[in-house]
Design a protein around this ligand. Structure first.
Ligand code: ADP
Ligand code: MG
Length: 731
């Protein structure tokens, strides 16, 4: 029996030992966060008011006040059982990082007390010099600094033997350059706020103080049994299978989507949700996805900065809790070739401090006009900066998804739905060029306010789709930190909002009526940006051709997509809005190209070892079985005149030859791969990426093809690697 077959007897649903009666969520939601309400109870009114002004208007608080907050936070955390604290941050490499410190301080020989000062709350200095900085930090000033982000509440993370207070922070260099993903997001929110307030002011809103982006990130993932995982070094090292034949049943019956959630998985989902609720993460829906053993969590949307922190935390919880259920949570974009991969649909909108969603078509013609003005700004942003959107989702894992007939293509376009399209067409044609208060825009399709939400039809293939009250950016990878995609969306939209404001002012300055001026500007943008709109099937061949005709880029390779970050005009754009400096962009470009290379090198080396240490030996074992059988037969034929059907003998020989050839091809290509890796080592990063994309990846695919052929003929008891049919179908 193979190791794999023995394992099959062990796989079983884990019964929960103790059945805990579920508590009402409202009784414990956010109990492990130092929320604004908790803070209000623990600090003086003066300090609390100062804190609120800090958040709302960026006014600084004094060190005395910071000390008071730090002390309150520490006391709250200690009462809850925390003994350590950490500045929690998001380095450029996509994980979250933390350095833990104890609360204790000496107050005499051998005597300690728990202490936490304002200084330590506001700023930390983790010796994090081993995080890549893309050249921003020279070694002599290698230190990075963490600084408290007061807009995101601190929280407590529980492990079996202790609790840690986690303080969300940004991570910067000595000179203030962003070394993380959070700071650019915060800066982009400022840019967006200023631009959007400019537009709202033009539309006569006097009381709006703040505009911010909102985000709800739908998180897809796979769950597989931990026992299988342990036997697959590709899953352990690379997060995805590098070899493995498709099982006869894949997802073709689509019987998994929204199916009943099996009990073991359901238990897992309950536990994730409970832990998420304690941390104030509003996980809302859960369901099965298209592929077998693929699932999704969707949260209620929040302010983007919080949503981004929450998504990072949720991913950590998902991975951690899976282990408690004997499962492993795979967040890779494409863990199983041949079945659907995982994405993270990033739902994005604009909200103001008065509770309005600015992408919600309003009740009056003026509201609608404002809505259409903002919508046109979004269209223009995507039209002009599709390259940046593509760059924001460029990573090795996502390369397997984008354009692979299951996820949005690498071509960025916008879907608006039939009714909105119709309205924009009418405006473009000038059918309606004037609106007044008494005149609800009648475009021959009924009244404008009716066109929202429910009537919007669904197009699941579009990378950037308007879905009633928000846009849904569907190209984001499941493992990604959403901070960067949001920062990029915010920036390009800030720029377009500024453009719209500028144009409206220009037209009104020559005496044009305000509403007519707005319509004129919208109409101009509609004309200009037409090529970015596509309502059809984004997965189709025709669209690829059509997009090419329209001149829309279709960038498959990660390293090419990342080049957008260092294009001159894009550097100028980000510098203008103070979201990234040139150095920060160049650093990111280098780090992300390098990460791509490292990822592919790890994959190739793992594949090499799997081939040599597992696949080929299994092949030889089977080859020996066949050759022994054949040899014996031929001998018996000779020695005792055994009658052997001539065709059967030919077939036996052919089968053996096939196996011999398969092993040969696997080895030959693997040797070529190793040689290519050695050559590439000497190349510069960009060149290396190019070689990996155009030569290494096809070679790896080729090896996989032959390995998978072997998997389907080699005797089952000689094959130790868990197969798709087991990993994906055993419950
Ligand atoms: P749908 O099924 O139409 O996509 P849902 O209401 O189920 O819409 O929402 C899907 C995701 O979009 C959820 O995560 C939700 O929180 C998020 N979402 C809804 N409204 C907004 C908004 N205004 N801004 C950002 N995200 C939103
Ligand atoms: Mg969705």
């Amino acid at each position: 029996m193979s190791i794999r077959q023995k394992l099959l007897f062990k796989i079983k649903s884990v019964e929960l030992k103790k059945v805990i009666a579920p508590k009402k969520v409202s009784t414990y939601f956010g109990q492990d966060t130092f929320s604004i309400e908790v803070m209000r109870k623990h600090v003086s009114k003066k300090t609390f008011d100062a804190f609120k002004l800090w958040i709302a208007e960026g006014k600084t608080i004094s060190l005395v006040q910071a000390n008071e907050i730090a002390n309150a936070m520490k006391n709250w955390a200690i009462v809850k059982g925390a003994t350590y604290y950490t500045h929690w941050f998001q380095p450029m490499t996509g994980l979250t990082a933390e350095k833990h410190d104890s609360f204790i301080s000496f107050v005499g020989p051998g005597k300690v007390i728990e202490k936490f000062s304002g200084n330590k709350l506001i700023q930390g200095e983790p010796d994090a010099s081993s995080f890549p900085s893309g050249g921003i930090r020279a070694t002599f000033e290698a230190r990075g600094y963490t600084a408290w982000d007061p807009t995101s509440p601190a929280f407590i993370i529980e492990s079996k033997l202790g609790k840690t207070l986690c303080i969300p922070t940004i991570f910067v260099s000595y000179h203030g350059e962003a070394l993380d993903k959070k700071l650019p997001l915060l800066r982009s929110e400022d840019a967006l706020n200023i631009a959007a307030l400019g537009l709202l002011k033009l539309f006569g809103h006097k009381y709006t103080k703040k505009v911010f982006s909102t985000c709800g990130a739908e998180q897809e993932y796979f769950l597989i049994d931990k026992n299988y995982y342990n036997l697959r070094q590709d899953l352990i090292m690379a997060g995805r299978t590098l070899i493995g034949a498709l099982s006869p049943k894949g997802q073709q019956l689509e019987d998994q989507y929204f199916g009943t959630i099996k009990e073991r998985v359901l238990n897992y989902m309950f536990e994730v949700a409970e832990d998420a609720y304690k941390l104030g993460i509003p996980v809302m829906t859960r369901h099965n996805e298209v592929a077998p053993h693929q699932y999704e969590f969707a949260p209620i949307f929040e302010e983007s900065n919080i949503a981004a922190d929450h998504n990072q935390l949720l991913m950590e919880l998902m991975k951690k809790i899976a282990l408690r259920h004997g499962l492993v949570c795979l967040l890779h974009e494409k863990p199983f070739a041949g079945v659907n991969g995982s994405g993270k649909h990033l739902n994005w909108s604009l909200a103001d401090d008065l509770g309005n969603n600015l992408l919600n078509p309003g009740q009056t013609p003026e509201d609608n006009l404002q809505f259409l003005a903002i919508l046109s700004a979004v269209l223009r942003a995507v039209y002009l900066h599709g390259d940046l959107l593509r760059a924001s989702v460029a990573l090795a894992g996502n390369e397997h998804r984008l354009g692979a007939n299951e996820a949005p293509p690498a071509i960025i376009s916008v879907f608006l739905g039939e009714q909105l399209t119709h309205i924009l067409n009418m405006i473009e044609k000038g059918v309606k060029s004037k609106v007044s208060k008494s005149d609800i825009i009648d475009l021959g399709i009924g009244r404008l306010p009716k066109f929202n939400k429910d009537t919007t039809d669904r197009n699941r293939t579009s990378p950037f789709a308007f879905t009633g009250t928000k846009f849904e950016f569907r190209a984001v990878g499941s493992s990604q930190n959403i901070s960067t995609p949001i920062a990029i969306i915010n920036t390009i939209i800030a720029e377009s909002l500024d453009y719209v404001v500028g144009q409206i002012k220009k037209v009104t300055s020559v005496g044009e009526d305000f509403n007519a001026a707005v319509l004129k500007v919208i109409s101009g943008i509609i004309k200009e940006t037409k090529d970015i709109r596509f309502e059809g099937n984004n997965y189709s061949e025709q669209w690829i051709k059509e997009a090419k005709k329209r001149g829309l880029p279709n960038i498959a390779a990660t390293y090419s997509a990342l080049e957008a970050l260092i294009k001159k005009e894009n550097i100028l754009l980000f510098e203008k809005y103070k979201v990234f400096s040139k150095e920060e962009l160049v650093a990111r470009y280098h780090i992300w190209v390098n990460m791509y290379n490292l990822t592919l090198e790890i994959e190739a080396n793992v594949l090499n070892e799997m081939v040599n240490a597992s696949v080929v030996p299994a092949g030889y074992k089977y080859e020996r079985l066949l050759s022994c059988a054949l040899d014996k037969l031929v001998r018996l034929k000779k020695s005792v005149g055994l009658k052997v059907n001539a065709a059967a003998l030919i077939d036996k020989k052919a089968h053996l030859s096939e196996v011999v050839s398969s092993i040969y091809y696997v080895r030959k290509n693997t040797l070529a791969m190793v040689k290519l890796l050695a050559q590439a080592k000497k190349m510069k990063d960009e060149k290396r990426s190019e070689v990996y994309f155009y030569r290494l990846k096809p070679l790896m695919e080729h090896i996989r093809k032959h390995v998978d052929q072997l998997e389907c003929v080699v005797a089952d008891d000689a094959w130790d690697l868990p197969k798709y049919r087991e990993m994906l179908f055993i419950k």
